[in-house]
Design a protein around this ligand. Structure first.
Ligand code: PSU
Ligand code: MN
Length: 313
């Protein structure tokens, strides 16, 4: 039974009712993670990628105060075209947006919340938020990490950008019992780069093995989410020096402007995009598509496990 504040698109609702695979997709990546018009093209291409791999996409946002699991094309276009002017909604912003009839793009945290309300267990994105560099004085830790600790959704991503302190991000996830699974890798990927110098908890090479870990976690009553870290395809990885230089510059610029709170991440994302130009955008698009493919496979494997036993008669 769907929540009264939530609209589930008919094709998504049908897939869920029939136990077919569904993949949630976020919208902050559209409004705040990529420039227009490539953001809209990418959002639509990612939905197509999920469909081509046998699952139903459900892009998530808040439109006129309604939680949406599945967006119309015009809604995706609006979120992309209005870009940074669109409200960025994380956990704390959802009640205000809903009560006020507002519209906004959902972060990883808010997308997990809406996905869980809709009964969707797998979510594909680019990179998760995490513990920011300098968090020991700024206290800037993304609400995405708290959400991973509490909300039962597997988040397929390319790790996290090294605008963050990846070591502290991993420590936080460990403390909060969030498994970090490397898909066909022993290393935590760092978004544009396939390696971050940090290891993952476990390497799994097949979608079915990931689905079994999800099932085991939730059957044990452990709740909470999982990170499935899928490295950017080799052909689209960027040289680490290029990325590091852009990130250092972006961080210095953010500090010079005295940014704080929810403005920090969108600023850093936009600045890194500007400084690295077309190469990084191409890599960004490819890694999201790659995550959509893996998420579709994980959702299919999980749907098979979660399905009632076939009758022998
Ligand atoms: N990192 C990226 N791309 C993104 C984001 C993070 O490489 O688009 C977005 C996601 O929506 C993520 C949010 O949930 O930024 C985190 O924001 P904050 O750090 O303010 O929690
Ligand atoms: Mn923050």
């Amino acid at each position: 039974m769907a929540h009264t504040l939530l609209d589930i698109q008919p094709d998504v609702a049908a897939a869920l009712a029939e136990g077919r695979p569904v993949v949630a997709l976020e919208s902050t990546i559209i409004s705040h993670g990529m420039p227009w018009p490539r953001n809209v093209e990418t959002a639509l291409a990612v939905e197509a990628e999920v469909r081509a791999h046998g699952a139903t996409p459900a892009t998530i946002a808040v439109i006129d105060g309604r939680l949406k699991a599945g967006l119309a094309r015009e809604q995706i276009e609006r979120l992309g075209r209005d870009g940074q002017a669109v409200a960025k909604l994380s956990r704390r912003d959802l009640p205000v947006a809903v009560a006020g009839g507002g519209t906004g793009a959902t972060t990883v945290a808010a997308t997990m919340i809406v996905a869980a309300l809709a009964g969707i267990r797998v979510f594909a994105t680019g990179g998760i938020g995490g513990v920011h560099r300098g968090a020991e004085t700024s206290f800037d830790i993304s609400a995405d990490l708290q959400e991973l600790a509490r909300t039962p959704v597997a988040v397929v991503c390319a790790g996290a950008k090294s605008i963050l302190d990846l070591r502290l991000t991993l420590e936080y996830l460990e403390t909060h019992g969030v498994p970090v699974i490397g898909y066909r890798t022993d290393r935590l990927p760092a978004f544009f780069c396939r390696d971050s110098d940090f290891g993952v908890d476990v390497r799994l090479d097949e979608a079915a093995a990931i689905a079994r870990v999800m099932q085991a976690k939730w059957s044990l009553g452990l709740g909470g989410g999982l990170v499935v870290a899928n490295p950017v395809p080799q052909a689209h990885a960027l040289p680490r020096e290029t990325v590091d230089a852009a990130i250092d510059q972006a961080l210095a610029d953010a500090q010079a402007q005295g940014l704080a709170g929810k403005a920090v991440t969108p600023f850093l994302l936009a600045r890194v995009n500007d400084l690295t130009g077309g190469d990084s955008l191409a890599g960004n698009i490819e890694l999201v598509r790659n995550n959509a493919r893996l998420a579709a496979a994980v959702a299919a494997a999980y749907a098979e496990l979660a399905a009632p036993m076939a009758s022998p008669w």
